[in-house]
Design a binder for this molecule. Sequence first.
Ligand SMILES: NCc1[nH]cc(CCC(=O)O)c1CC(=O)O
Ligand SMILES: [Zn+2]
Ligand SMILES: [Zn+2]
Length: 382
Amino acid sequence: MSFSTLVSDLTYRDSLRPSPPHTASTTGPTDTRSQISRARSYASTAATSVSIAGEVSSQLHGGYSHPLARAWQAERQLTKSMLIYPLFITDNPDESTLIPSLPGQRRMGTNKLVAFLTPLIAKGLKSVILFGVPLAPSAKDPLGTAADDPQGPVIAGIRLLRRAFPNLFIIADVCLCEYTSHGHCGILHDDGSLNNSLSVDRISDVAMAYAEAGAHCVAPSDMNDGRIRAIKLKLIEAGIAHRIVLMSYSAKFSGCLYGPFRDAAGSCPSFGDRRCYQLPPGGRGLARRAIQRDIGEGADIIMVKPATQYLDIISDAKEIGKDLPVAAYHVSGEYAMIHAAAKAGVFDLKAMAFEATEGILRAGASIVVSYFTPEFLDWLET
Ligand SMILES: NCc1[nH]cc(CCC(=O)O)c1CC(=O)O
Ligand SMILES: [Zn+2]
Ligand SMILES: [Zn+2]
């Protein structure tokens, strides 16, 4: 064993010795004195700077005892401009109903939007994502015709919000499941499977209609293969690609966390499930391929959804797409779980909302779609 290995080995073993007990958040004067004298004794006994460094680097609390110093430990601190708030807009203009499975969230008609959003915008709301909810059963058909109805809730909502709130960034979720009679995210073959090419044609037409109505961003959440490329090409052809952000739900996993959303949007499939077009929860490689593909097809932002069960995917997305922003959707089931657990006394709602959202940022996201947005506008200063 060489001298330097011996020294570092001794230092390492010393660091394993029990240190004097101290209180959780502060280090008392005795403790500090004993550290200094121990550090000095290392310095004076043969031990080189290696062992001093070992002793000193075991002390981490000093770097984060103050709240500001704690905040500085995060690579990305949560700010209001990172948040996107989901809005469910119904085809009944005067409707405003609480959604039972999404505590505190409402389904609203266009006549209710301005009064609802005015105070939120005053508190710093920067962006919303719109979902259309046709309530009339007659509004649904196999092609999801209502999705781009010029009088429908999304297009009417975009026009209205652009006029009422010139600084609000408006995102339109693009999918057919809210509008199809079968509740699937595309157009089907006779055997009930997705017809990918017809679906992509239709989805890209719907995206164009939202972009032309004034959305700043279109966000296809359907997962049909090739839809990003199809939308980008149509945007280019129409000469509006330079002013529309294309946000792809690239890594969207199937699972049980979308239940409250499907309640809210009335988009539960009438048969089967979404497994053949949403990713299997264990499919990390598939998610990486989907992210790579969507970047190659022209996505400007990539999204991972759900969020807290998929932090590794968010981190993969940031690594694969290091030159574009990564968004995460903290979905309805995650929100409902936090509410239910807080109500049962498991934890404090606000503390958990922060912990979950900070985890999402730490993993690599810089944009978060969150039902907690109105609360964060109260909780955050900037
Ligand atoms: N394509 C529809 C869509 N867009 C966003 C969500 C989920 C959002 C949430 O759960 O909050 C869903 C549900 C689904 O795929 O069934
Ligand atoms: Zn869908
Ligand atoms: Zn399929």
